[in-house]
Design a binder for this molecule. Structure first.
Ligand SMILES: Nc1nc2c(ncn2[C@@H]2O[C@H](COP(=O)(O)OP(=O)(O)OP(=O)(O)O)[C@@H](O)[C@H]2O)c(=O)[nH]1
Ligand SMILES: [Mg+2]
Length: 444
């Protein structure tokens, strides 16, 4: 449904700069643009204009651009004023636009209108915000790929696959008598399995995309003195944490934002894990376990000189298996050829040995994806929706093999399609849209 009001915002960031841009979008954009510049504005041209206040006094002059609907970002009539980039002058111009009938745009409202007018889908709208906020080159490139529709195309291909299956199964329901035979003789099981595989592939890629968007949380864990704080300092490139030879030096969880191979990481140094009577240390250890529980990757450091001890074994038993990486530290203290485990990862913060392998292990496939120009930006909500869709298809597969009931399978497929459609915004609640767009910046 087309919007009835015309919105305006300063699109450039607050502060001073050579140029400041104001944006107008909506049915009265042209009229307001022409009123403030006291002249006609033609589409597809860049016009130099003066911008006037209510008394006819010139506030500023600059360039004026008119994009006739639907050939604009929002899909509506839009006007852009490029004035000088001072906060007061831009405020005066914005105020004048409002006097002439525009209203202040909410955060993300231009993008929301672009979405509602079918110019972009929801993942593309989100990719714009992610591109603006990207914290690394890899994230920027991935966001651009999403903006160009790489992610949406793959989701749409999956939706088509699910729709094909639904059509097939639902057609069988219309012929209740023959339903069982029809479905039994078909390759429906194979197709359901194929669909699960495709979903899983997309899920893996989306998970990498989410990593680029949110960054990876890496927890450094180990017994006291294992070399956790030394590793944090090495990766951060400065003395972020106190390092001493006293066991139990670190108490609070310290974190540093570090970019490795273009992937933003939040590396958390934690208290050494051991039994302690000291309430301060006990609290530190409790926090260490919290950090471990919330991490995407846990690096468990073992002092290579001491080797794996019984105490290490007890701690490792309690660590989550997935995403656990054992690392032998202080490799410079080992005699040449001496090692604890042949295949293990050895590092030294003194010599720098093993750091390349460690970094490759942490960033893993994420950087491969990026090098292959495969990565696209994704968010947690996309991963959640894909997971739910996968569960539905899985359930459809199980139901079909145990009951052969087309009705139940059709229902699961319908749910899977709904979750997939949520990603691109084909099916979304107003609440979700409000939540997504309100996190954007004003003027976007
Ligand atoms: N030779 C050598 N010594 C290291 C290395 N890494 C750490 N150390 C030493 O090991 C001791 C403990 O290092 P930390 O980094 O404080 O260890 P930690 O795991 O943070 O210890 P807690 O905070 O007590 O749990 C210090 O004396 C460090 O200088 C290394 O790679 N080589
Ligand atoms: Mg420490």
């Amino acid at each position: 449904m087309p919007a009835h009001d015309t919105i305006a915002a300063i699109a450039t960031p607050p502060g001073t700069g050579g140029i400041g841009i104001l944006r107008l979008s909506g049915p009265r954009a042209l009229a307001i643009g022409e009123a403030i510049s006291a002249s006609k504005i033609a589409p597809g041209k860049i016009e130099f204009r003066r911008f006037f206040d209510a008394d006819g006094v010139v506030i500023d002059h600059g360039l004026c651009l008119y994009f006739r609907q639907p050939h604009s970002f929002s899909g509506e009539d839009s006007v852009e004023l490029q004035a000088h980039g001072g906060p007061i002058v831009l405020d005066m111009l914005l105020q004048r636009l409002c006097e002439l009938g525009a209203r202040l745009a909410r955060a993300g409202e231009f993008s929301e209108r672009a979405f509602l007018n079918g110019k972009i889908d929801l993942t593309q709208a989100e990719a714009i915000a992610d591109l603006i906020e990207s914290g690394s080159r890899a994230a920027t490139r991935a966001a651009m790929r999403s903006l160009e529709g790489r992610f949406s195309r793959q989701v749409n291909a999956l939706v088509d696959e699910v729709i094909d299956l639904r059509v097939y199964v639902e057609a069988a329901l219309d012929f209740a008598e023959e339903e069982i035979d029809f479905l039994q003789n078909s390759d429906i099981s194979q197709r359901l399995i194929g669909c699960t595989l495709h979903l899983q592939e997309l899920l893996d890629q989306a998970e990498h995309g989410r990593t680029l968007q949110e960054g990876l949380t890496v927890a450094l864990a180990g017994l006291p003195n294992a070399g956790k704080s030394s590793l944090l300092n090495y990766l951060a490139g400065y003395e972020a944490a106190i390092v001493t030879e006293i066991e139990g030096t670190t108490r609070d969880v310290l974190h540093e934002h570090i970019s490795l191979k273009g992937i933003p990481l939040k590396v958390k140094d934690t208290a050494g894990l051991r039994e302690s009577d000291n309430p301060v240390e006990q609290e530190g250890i409790r926090r260490a376990w919290d950090a471990i529980a919330g991490a995407d990757v846990v690096l468990y450091l073992v002092d290579a000189k001491k080797g794996m001890t019984a105490a290490d074994g007890q701690v490792i038993e309690q660590l989550p298996d997935a995403n656990l990486q054992r690392v032998f530290s202080k490799s410079d203290l080992l005699a040449p050829g001496q090692s604890c485990e042949a295949e293990a990862l050895y590092i030294s913060t003194v010599s720098g040995d093993g750091m390349e392998s460690l970094i490759a292990r942490i960033t893993g496939h994420t950087s491969d994806y990026n090098q292959d120009n495969q990565a696209f930006m994704a968010r947690r909500r996309h991963v959640d929706a894909l997971l739910r869709a996968r569960d539905c298809i899985q359930q459809a597969t199980d139901t079909f093999s145990s009951t052969r009931s087309g009705e139940l399978v059709a229902e699961d497929l319908r749910d899977a399609q709904r979750y997939l459609n949520e990603i691109t915004g084909e099916f979304t609640s107003d609440d979700l849209l409000g939540k997504i767009f309100s996190s954007f910046c004003i003027g976007k």
